[in-house]
Ligand binder design. Sequence first.
Ligand SMILES: Cc1ncc(COP(=O)(O)O)c(C=O)c1O
Length: 388
Amino acid sequence: MMPRSPGAPTPGPAETPTYTRTVTESERVALRPEILSLASYRQGTAASSDAFKLSSNENPFEPITAVLDAISSASINRYPDGSALEVRLRLAARNGVPVESVHVGAGSVALIAQLIQAAAGPGDEVVYAWRSFEAYPSLVTVAGATRVEVPIDPVDGTHDLEAMAAAITDRTRVVIVCTPNNPTGTIVTEAEFARFMDSVPPTVLVLLDEAYAEFVTDPAAVSGIPSLDSYPNLVVLRTFSKAYGLAGLRFGYAIGSPYILDAARATAIPLSVIEQAQRAAIAALDHEEVLMERVSRLTVLRDRVWSALSDQGFRVPEPQGNFVWLATGAHTAEAAAIFLRHGVVVRALGEDGLRVTIGEVQSVDRLLTAAEEVLRTLPTPEPLARLD
Ligand SMILES: Cc1ncc(COP(=O)(O)O)c(C=O)c1O
């Protein structure tokens, strides 16, 4: 314990609260109305100790020893390397791109925020599919730009890329394509993506969000990095949160033209990628084979769950991430409650459906029992919920 200097006040909680003043209407400061109406980011519900948390698309495996060692060797009293040079060099070598084409952030969500802010402000539009990643709407609003949400295909949950291309106007600055799409798990194929990119004006920034790329097993899926040569307006986003199991350390990266990444960097909160995250990412790259073997175990489990749900009578879009989508529509809240009763915490998304992460192997029996009860007890089939 640190010795206290004589006469120093005792640290610790005050016995009675010292700040209890409530603010009257006339005392309120002026805040941006669009921010006031924004709901803050909703995290997956925490699970009780006997429940499985399948609500945040996290990786169920414990960190490998090399990652734990790397974290514990990082310094804490010093600021991290703001240029993250060592890990960027590793990522550049791994992906066959120059180091100037790699930018890192505290999670890929931070990078998406930076890229939107770099390209779009008040009066500008950002086009994305909906439903997609829950953070997109608020990231656009925080930048001061206007959201343009293009509905996903109501039957198969895929991006409607033709409609997205048609939604581009003179005011569009950014288009986000998410593949596999969170929450429907569907991919954009290479051919679809090429057709789409050919119809996007070269002055519009396209963000290809590949947070779940490592889980993709469909050979037809687009892979962003090889597409960069053809499309100078493209930036690809990847993360260490999912396949690499580092969600808690916050580390993601973007690959694209250096001048776009420099603009993104200019909007970033300095030094937010901590040294532990940089070192852990390097250790994860050193042991990528072990981590990818875990990923393939998860994809095998995913396909098993998918086929069991289909056998039960659900119509689930082919999942290519580490999660499955049950379009429970108006019955989403009731369906989530059924899962919870079976000890499975899932992500309920409005009145659209449930996203269920593929997690611990032990969670699968409960997941399937709950799904069977959902199908048996809830009325009115929704478009995606049942096979006819
Ligand atoms: C599609 C998509 N993009 C980006 C992210 C952000 O991931 P992170 O900020 O942890 O890298 C997520 C996380 O769930 C996601 O689902």
